[in-house]
Ligand binder design. Structure first.
Ligand SMILES: Nc1ncnc2c1ncn2[C@@H]1O[C@H](COP(=O)(O)OP(=O)(O)OP(=O)(O)O)[C@@H](O)[C@H]1O
Length: 243
């Protein structure tokens, strides 16, 4: 579904991505992890076309995305920080997004998260008056609204209450079962192990691990993903692992 070849991104002298190559398949939950500043958000932003790579190529659903924007219709995105327009009401935001995205006649809109998060009760409220968690629920509901084939979630559980997190996890699993690709960043090994099929571990803008999580656990003979990544980094310097 997404194929990335030798992607680099420089911000001035900072090399945020250094030769990232990876293929992301349909029907998988891929968790991107790595230390702070390792390039996770930059990689997502390159896929979304928000950040222009310095070199390399990204193909989404077979097509190169450079200079394109139509492919974004196939991607739902939940950003890490919710920069929502403060003066709009929730209802106006949904109207605006629907107007911009122009769903095809008959295209099913997915209000499942909207309903489960009981967002109807917030429709008349200005976004600037809402709590951070409620705003994240709105972002999550918008990411799934147009039934995209690819869902990109940047640290989705941050700020959500525990029940909202469980609702989101169930939604992610459902999307996987429907053959969609879910790509998310997380700082929580337990979350990655619980939800993820594949781990993409970045370090200093490079891919350190690109592996099915189950294979990596078997390879390292560790009880948890956290232990497995620690064990990997406690070994003497090694070549990147690909299972
Ligand atoms: N717009 C920008 N201008 C300059 N430098 C940037 C910009 N965006 C990211 N960077 C730099 O690129 C590197 C990677 O940042 P990025 O946000 O992708 O990391 P991350 O892995 O998502 O980090 P975190 O876990 O802290 O969210 C960092 O050194 C960061 O300072």
């Amino acid at each position: 579904m997404i194929r990335i070849e030798n992607l680099t991104k420089k911000f001035g002298k900072t090399e945020a991505l250094r030769g990232v190559s990876v293929q992301l398949q349909a029907g998988r939950v891929v968790v991107i992890m790595g230390p702070n500043a390792s390039g996770k958000s930059t990689l997502l932003k390159c896929i979304l076309g928000v950040v222009q790579p310095s070199s390399g190529e990204i193909r989404v659903l077979g097509q190169p995305i450079a200079g394109q924007w139509q492919y974004r219709a196939d991607i739902g995105y939940m950003p890490q920080l919710n920069h929502l327009p403060e003066n709009l009401t929730t209802a106006q935001l949904f109207e605006m997004i629907r107007a911009v995205r122009k769903p095809q006649p008959g295209q099913p809109l997915d209000y499942e998260l909207f309903d489960q998060y009981e967002l109807q009760g917030w429709m008349d409220k200005r976004l600037g008056q809402l709590s951070g968690g409620t705003r994240q629920k709105i972002n999550a509901a918008l990411a799934f609204l147009f039934s995209p084939r690819i869902i990109v979630l940047d640290e989705p559980s941050v700020g959500l209450d525990p029940v909202a997190v469980e609702i989101l996890k169930a939604k992610i699993r459902k999307c996987r079962a429907e053959g969609r690709l879910v790509l998310l960043t997380s700082h929580l090994f337990a979350e990655a192990e619980e939800l993820g099929d594949d781990l993409l571990y970045l370090r200093d803008g490079q891919v350190q691990l690109d592996t099915p999580i189950a294979d990596f656990l078997e390879l390292t003979q560790q009880a948890s993903l956290g232990d497995a990544v620690l064990a990997y980094y406690h070994r003497p310097p090694a070549a990147p692992v690909t299972c």
